[in-house]
Design a protein. Structure first.
Length: 343
């Protein structure tokens, strides 16, 4: 991996220091920064989407805003295509036909299902594209709950969670879930894919220096005012504290953490990231950040490494030359992969 790629980034709330400050959910200029930019935000795929384009002159702003609208439209298109919340969605058609017959799907969904299955294979099922039956039992991790999911219900659906039982036929363009009751869901990878597609829209329109952030998923391209974008690592338990600041360019970054969506039940934190093998929320990490070439890959792998836990997660990252990563374990200790430099 090239050195410039390895000087990179981090957590779910990002702070741009030499170029801009991303405070909470917004990107804002630092007071001494004079270079022009355009920033827009909207809500899609259940999260806030922010796009910032660095410009050469103030006169480019209107045209850049039009490009951002096109990027938002592309994310909206992916959301409509890959949701499993609507009964008429292609994914729901696959789920209804589980154990019955293969379903013909378009090339784009087939591609994302293939990549999701690859991430499942890479992580030995720590990320599993057929996780959806478990997710249904646990709810949204936003509305407070007083009790955890029923263990008998968990044990009943666990046999339905197995990515190896998702068959994809690339000649016939079909997907087939082998067992009745199985479900696929792309919540762990579709947002990253949407960010990648939005970046392609901006690039096709001639923009080379921009940032797109969608919740914990982010793509960074080019530079701003001739400088690398700078990103600060926010502590999962202390949002006012940066654990590191890193310069970045031309990379995708995703973070999975236990601090945005979780239940507190009898004094114990239950994060929304659930092990496909046990059926219960995992608690070995506070945060995992993955850096790689594609955002759909970092999206899935950040979840997978979080499930693997700090020990197996470190081994996984170090064993894959195409990625870099950072882990904050449940005791607050920060680990950074060897190819990644921090300040």
């Amino acid at each position: 991996m090239k050195k410039y790629f390895c000087i990179l980034v981090v957590l779910l709330h990002f702070t741009f220091s030499s170029s801009a400050a991303w405070s909470k959910n917004r990107v804002n200029l630092v007071e001494d920064e004079k270079s022009p930019f355009v920033e827009e935000e909207t809500t899609l795929m259940g999260t806030e989407i922010v796009v910032l384009i660095a410009l050469n002159s103030e006169q480019e702003k209107d045209e850049a805003r039009g490009a951002i609208v096109a990027a938002f439209d592309e994310i909206r298109r992916i959301e409509n295509l890959m949701t499993d919340w609507r009964e008429d969605s292609p994914l729901q058609e696959i789920n209804r036909a589980a154990g019955i017959k293969p379903v013909v799907i378009d090339d784009e969904i087939l591609f994302v299902l293939r990549e999701a299955r690859k991430v499942s294979e890479m992580t030995d099922g720590a990320f599993d594209v057929t996780y959806a039956p478990l997710g249904k039992l646990w709810g949204n991790f936003v509305t407070p709950k007083n009790t955890i999911a029923d263990d008998r219900a968990i044990q009943k659906v666990l046999p339905l969670v197995n990515y190896k039982n998702l068959e994809l036929d690339f000649k016939k363009n079909t997907a087939f879930l082998k067992k009745t009751g199985m479900r696929v869901g792309l919540g762990g990878i579709a947002k990253g894919y949407a960010v990648d597609k939005a970046a392609m829209i901006l690039e096709k329109k001639g923009y080379r220096n921009f940032v797109i952030k969608a919740g914990g998923d982010m793509v960074v391209r080019g530079k701003r005012n001739g400088k690398l974008w700078w990103i600060g690592i926010k502590h999962p338990r202390n949002r006012d504290q940066n654990m590191a600041i890193l310069p970045v360019s031309n990379v995708s970054i995703s973070t999975s953490g236990d601090y945005e969506r979780f239940y507190m039940i009898d004094g114990k934190r239950y994060p929304h990231i659930i092990s496909p093998k046990t059926g219960y929320p995992v608690d070995g990490c506070e945060s995992v950040t993955i850096l790689a070439k594609n955002t759909y890959l970092t999206d899935g792998l950040s979840t997978g490494v979080f499930v693997l836990g700090p020990i197996a997660g470190k081994k996984f990252i170090e064993g894959n030359q195409s990625i870099q990563g950072m882990i904050i374990d449940s005791k607050g200790h920060l680990w950074v992969s060897k190819g990644l430099e921090t300040k």
